[in-house]
Write a protein that binds this ligand. Structure first.
Ligand SMILES: NC(=O)c1ccc[n+]([C@@H]2O[C@H](COP(=O)([O-])OP(=O)(O)OC[C@H]3O[C@@H](n4cnc5c(N)ncnc54)[C@H](O)[C@@H]3O)[C@@H](O)[C@H]2O)c1
Length: 332
């Protein structure tokens, strides 16, 4: 049995990760979240589990983080391994432009949590980074690789890149800690993760499903006339975290792309969802434009596949069916 210490545990990645750990009898969890972008609802089904200790805590509160550290130190001898997984972050598109909160939580919070993991003698630390770091060069033949050089938009172009820049810095903290023999771990660059019950209405999948269900049409940014994306189901993103933790030789401080290679244009995505909702070819209205938004983002995932055997299991079509089914069952 292992002890998993998870920040941002009520978020889309954290709550599914907690479910996979508890349902798979992998161990116990100490998790916290300040509900910046989530609520008790997302963990309601696991909140009473005796192996889940939840705290409404903020990663930026030194006193609250000291309490988590105290608890881990008190419990750790009951477990084989102690793993830290950092999911707390100011994530969504709207907040990408909030430079100060992005820095406090995503960069400083990640570093404080890493220092705690090292101080308690944790076996590994997983740093959730992002495919946003590929910024303006997020497509290459066969997908962009972890080792590719980056061409980033900067403050001359858009404050949006502050999110990616902050996450990139966390990858350096992770590498430095491993290179200095302080802990094992790695960073993961996720691309466009979604879930059946995603709460953030402005994200593209919930936005399209909600708009088509309620009005039969959808408003998209002008960028969507050209943009293509891949989408990764959160069951698969969380499985990659657990697979990496189970592969100690992969925890070498480096970066792993985690994505699917099932690319679809945003327009075809609308038509696919429309077809599944029985709407036929829905009306699309184009309004607004987003600076520094790459037309394509395709990641090469050979590194994680060959080192850990992970691969995505849920196709986009199955994932959309899961969203529609969930909404029907829950009257959303
Ligand atoms: N969703 C994606 O497409 C995607 C893509 C790339 C990377 N990521 C990364 O994966 C990780 C998890 O993202 P997610 O999709 O689960 O996002 P999410 O917003 O659903 O979850 C993040 C959680 O962190 C919590 N949080 C925010 N500030 C906090 C603070 N100060 N203290 C404690 N908790 C705080 C939020 O309330 C939320 O529950 C993040 O590091 C994110 O940057 C996500």
């Amino acid at each position: 049995m292992n002890l998993y210490v998870i920040s941002g545990v009520a978020g889309m990645t954290g709550n599914e990760l907690a479910r996979q750990i508890l349902n798979g009898n992998k161990g116990a969890i100490i998790g916290f979240d300040n509900f910046f972008c989530s609520s008790m609802d997302t963990i309601a089904d696991i909140a009473e589990n005796e192996n889940f200790d939840f705290f409404q805590y903020d990663i930026n509160s030194a006193a609250q983080m000291a309490e988590i550290q105290y608890l881990v130190n008190r419990k750790k001898s009951d477990f084989d391994k102690v793993y830290y997984i950092n999911c707390a972050a100011v994530v969504h598109t709207e907040y990408f432009y909030h430079v100060n909160t992005t820095y406090d939580t995503n960069v400083n919070g990640m570093r404080v949590f890493l220092q705690q993991a090292i101080a308690v003698g944790a076996d590994a630390y997983i740093n959730c980074s992002t495919s946003e770091v590929y910024s303006m060069q997020s497509f290459a033949e066969g997908g962009v690789k972890e080792s590719d050089f980056l061409l980033m938009a900067n403050a001359e172009h858009s404050q949006r890149t502050s999110y990616a820049t902050g996450k990139l810095l966390t990858e350096f903290f992770m590498k430095d800690a491993v290179d200095n023999g302080l802990i094992k771990g790695c960073s993961i660059r996720f691309a466009n993760v979604y879930s059946k019950n995603e709460r953030f209405a402005k994200h593209i999948l919930p936005h399209i499903v909600t708009s088509l269900t309620e009005t039969g049409k959808v408003v998209l940014l002008e960028n969507s006339k050209k943009n293509k994306r891949t989408f990764l189901h959160n069951n698969d993103s969380c499985a990659s975290v657990l697979r990496l933790l189970e592969t100690p030789q992969a925890l070498d401080g480096t970066v792993y792309n985690v994505a699917t290679d099932e690319e679809i244009s945003i327009i075809d995505l609308v038509y696919l969802i429309g077809e599944k909702l029985g709407i036929g070819k829905p009306e699309i209205i184009f309004e607004g434009y987003r600076e520094s938004d790459p037309e394509r983002r395709v990641l090469n995932t050979e590194k994680i596949r060959s080192r850990t055997g992970w691969k995505p299991e849920i196709s986009l079509s199955e994932g959309i069916d899961m969203i529609i089914q969930y909404r029907k069952e829950n009257n959303k």
